[in-house]
Design a protein around this ligand. Structure first.
Ligand code: ATP
Ligand code: MG
Ligand code: FE
Length: 330
């Protein structure tokens, strides 16, 4: 089954051609990071406008790179949520129009299921598994006993990890998005600043990152007042260590409690080298699968991968309705 997938939930306009949920024939991603950088974060209205400009370009380029035409496509899949409503609408309209014009069935796909299934492109999911989905808007621990079976074990009570990274980056005067830069600077510093590890000892799979973010903010504020030098690399290393400690400890707890075969990490923060390294150092008795960098941050290939399994479960929707789902609607 050849799927044309569309992703536009945030600030990446992307179209991908995927065969049977596994083979990526093309994955064209136009990122707007440079446009939003000047504002220090994604501006929703500006993102929607750029999606409109980019959409036809990524459609044409994805078909060209895959060396296929609309006649070869069996299913059109599109991210229906969660995400920025204006951005989602551009992708949904483009996908609906393409599907209608060429008489191809259409299917809405959950963005977070997309992140999870990004790990199934280069590796094989083995069940039961526990997935840690860490991105700009979500931090979730999900138990899967089979394909398309999702049990939300825990999630953040406030900020998502990626969001905390980006906000701490901003406090340290780093350009948007702070995540990748903090990761890089952390390797050049030492975790010499004492920061909290929120909810690490609590008997739950939930997370909280806003207190950690505030702790960094307060520390910077007091050091500035006392005219102390802020060692940026050390602050990055300290923040990253706190984050990784919490994420890995909750993940191990869930993996043991649910006696899983595999642990899966996905989402933009799964690109984090500190997190990847620590996982492979500490989890020896279970297989770990993490998508390669290109499939961690937003891309349409992951939507094509998830669409294949979503289609098997519920078929295509001909009368397309915008879902605007929350992440809980797995
Ligand atoms: P969601 O998927 O929850 O809707 P999103 O789509 O905006 O949110 P992603 O594109 O999956 O999020 O991920 C982007 C986030 O990943 C940003 O917050 C970014 O800072 C973070 N990120 C990317 N690379 C790294 C890294 N190496 N270390 C830490 N964070 C990173
Ligand atoms: Mg993005
Ligand atoms: Fe995402």
């Amino acid at each position: 089954m050849l799927i044309l997938a569309v992703e536009s939930s945030c600030d990446e306009s992307s179209v991908s051609i995927v065969r049977d949920g596994k083979t990526v024939l093309s994955n064209v991603v136009l990122s707007q990071i440079d446009i939003h950088k000047v504002y220090g974060g994604v501006v929703p209205e500006i993102a929607s406008r750029h999606h409109i400009e980019n959409m036809t370009i990524v459609f044409e380029e994805a078909l060209k790179q895959a060396n296929v035409t609309e006649k070869d496509i069996d299913l059109v899949a599109v991210t229906e949520g969660p995400g920025l409503i204006g951005s989602l609408l551009v992708g949904i309209n483009a996908a609906s129009t393409f599907a209608f014009a060429h008489n191809i069935p259409l299917l809405g796909v959950n963005h977070m299921i997309g992140h999870i299934y990004s790990a199934n492109i280069e590796n094989e999911m083995k069940f039961p598994l526990v997935a840690l989905v860490v991105s700009g808007g979500h931090t979730e621990l999900v138990y899967m006993k089979d394909h398309m079976s999702f049990e939300l074990l825990g999630e953040t009570q406030d900020d998502a990890v990626g969001e905390a990274y980006d906000k701490v980056g901003r406090m340290l005067g780093l350009p948007y998005p702070g995540g990748p830069l903090i990761d890089k600077l952390a390797t050049q510093g030492k975790p010499t600043y004492t920061l909290p590890r929120p909810m690490i000892d609590e008997d739950s799979y939930d997370f909280s990152f806003s207190g950690l973010k505030s702790a960094v903010n307060n520390m910077i504020y007091h050091m500035k007042r006392k005219e102390e030098e802020i060692r940026v690399e050390d602050m990055c290393a300290s923040f990253q260590q706190s984050v990784v400690d919490v994420l890995v400890s909750k993940l191990i707890k869930a993996a043991n409690d649910y006696q899983v075969k595999q642990v899966l990490i996905a989402g933009g923060v799964a690109a984090n080298k500190g997190l990847r390294t620590r996982l492979f150092e500490t989890i020896k008795d279970k297989e770990i699968i993490i998508p390669s960098m290109q499939y961690c941050t937003d891309n349409a290939a992951m939507i094509g991968a998830a669409a294949y399994y979503t289609y098997k479960q519920k078929g295509a929707l001909s009368d397309y309705i915008l879902g605007g789902q929350s992440s809980l609607d797995y």
